[in-house]
Design a protein around this ligand. Structure first.
Ligand code: DOR
Length: 456
């Protein structure tokens, strides 16, 4: 962490403010200045003046609570040739992200106190944005999770119900029940049914076009796992977060179940890639770059996901940033690994959707900032006000720019959105009261700190 703390005044911006009434947010936009000192918002009000180290003239910009990407895979330790905590968090701030929650399918797996502390220690030296880490559930570590989930800097528990990159897997109901019955933090779940995946691997085993990825890992594979885990959550009362939901059927099912379960017990994520790429074109245009788990599906399913954003079945947008090198991606399918980069493009891609009328800027703020803070109970994150941590993203809703591979900080060096022209861009990323990104360039380095969480 960079310890020398500078003061900062953000003037003339249109600042987002919100109040949560237990169910919905009341949003407002106010013309105020923000004074940041010692990593916090010291004052928020009209016409502020103070002797400070840095001033931003935010005329014409929207000032948002810092954007959180609550699903990233940064590969350190063990697969640093794909990504590490430095390159991953640098990509984050270049794309307007102030905090990330990172996944446990590293090598070694993040399943012990030592490994969590090791990740926090590493990130504290080199993270450009704030960070927190998920602990992985295994078929045998349910009892240990009770202590592990309480460690500072832990965002929650992660379960892979279907196998993906790495060795984490909890596939049987009895083991899932055991994990959900121990501890209290929210559990983020990769919902694909392993038994069905194994049975259907036949379809692609001896070589098939990558477009068959969605046929192997079909709609039923996703829906079945989602239904299984929601019913275990219903039995145990444990809060769960269904990650990267991809099918129309799941959205309908989750909508119904959210109405049956206590508020907040069941939360739902979708990714920008499932909202933006479609099977009809993505596999032809991108080849194995479009391969991810769960797969990119048809426009029919994509419409269902957008419906879920509108009707509030979806709570959070996370990138599932999952870098693999171009060399690895060039292997013939199905030996090619699943996953694509996303932490640097999540905000511009979604802001472009805002400009295209697919969602409001207020809903964007909920999905990418307020909700990932609230549902995981992040301390001192949430709507902007005096006293809060000064994690802030400034966006220019009129800025147009072309996304290019050469801009991507990830060690893997590519994006599925290469050559996409999008409108609406983060132009400043403020981490702990200091400028981490200005006009698409990195600024003050290594400002990241561990995110802490409230839980009782
Ligand atoms: O495609 C994916 N790749 N989906 C996941 O859930 C894991 C990820 C990875 O870590 O490569």
């Amino acid at each position: 962490m960079n310890t020398e703390s500078k003061s900062l005044l953000i003037k003339n911006g249109l600042v987002h403010s919100a109040q949560f009434d237990g169910k919905l947010y009341q949003h407002s936009w106010i013309q105020v200045d923000l004074l940041c000192e010692g990593g916090k918002i010291k004052e928020m009000g009209p016409g502020l003046s103070a002797k400070v180290d840095e001033v931003i003239d935010a005329e014409g910009l929207h000032v948002l609570p810092g954007l959180i990407d609550s699903q990233v895979h940064f590969r350190e330790p063990g697969m640093e040739h794909k990504e590490d905590l430095e390159t991953g968090t640098l990509g984050a701030v270049l794309g307007g992200i102030t905090s990330v929650y990172e996944m446990p399918n590293t090598n070694p797996l993040t399943i012990s106190k030592e490994q969590i502390e090791d990740k926090i220690q590493r990130a504290s030296q080199k993270a450009w944005c704030d960070f927190a880490f998920f602990v992985g559930a295994t078929p045998t570590n349910a009892e240990e999770l009770v202590a592990l989930e309480k460690l500072p800097g832990v965002s929650g528990i992660k379960i892979f119900m279907g196998s993906s990159t790495g060795d984490l897997l909890v596939e049987e109901d009895q083991h899932l029940l055991n994990v959900l019955s121990h501890g209290q933090r929210r559990i983020a779940i990769h919902c694909e049914d392993e038994e069905r995946l194994r049975k259907r691997f036949e379809i692609v085993k001896s070589g098939a076009p990558v477009s068959y990825h969605r046929i192997w890992r079909d709609e039923e594979t996703a829906l079945k796992a989602t239904q299984r885990i929601v019913s275990i959550s219903q039995k145990t009362g444990r809060p769960i977060h269904c990650l990267h939901i991809t099918t129309n059927q799941e959205i309908h099912y989750l909508e119904q179940m959210k109405n049956k379960l206590p508020p907040g017990q069941l939360t739902v994520e979708v990714t920008p890639q499932h909202l933006s790429l479609m099977a009809e074109t993505a596999y032809d245009e991108l080849g194995t770059k479009a391969q991810m788990n769960p797969p990119i599906r048809s426009s029919y399913h994509q419409r269902g996901l957008w419906e879920g954003i509108k009707n509030r079945t979806v709570d959070v947008i996370g990138s599932d940033h999952a870098p693999h090198t171009l060399e690895e991606k060039a292997k013939p399918y199905p030996s090619s690994p699943s996953g694509m980069t996303g932490v640097q493009t999540i905000a511009p891609i979604m802001l472009n959707h805002v400009n295209n009328g697919k969602l409001s800027l207020e809903r964007f703020v909920e999905l990418l900032s307020l909700e990932p803070a609230r549902i995981y109970k992040a301390k001192n994150l949430g709507p902007l006000h005096a006293g809060r941590k000064a994690n802030i993203t400034l966006v220019d809703m009129n800025k147009e720019r072309v996304i290019e591979d050469s801009w991507i900080a990830s060690r893997s060096g590519w994006t599925p959105y290469h050559n996409w022209k999008t409108r609406g861009w983060p132009v400043y990323t403020i981490v702990n009261g200091q400028i981490a990104m200005k006009d698409f360039e990195a600024a003050h380095s290594h400002l990241g700190q561990a995110t802490l969480f409230d839980f009782e």
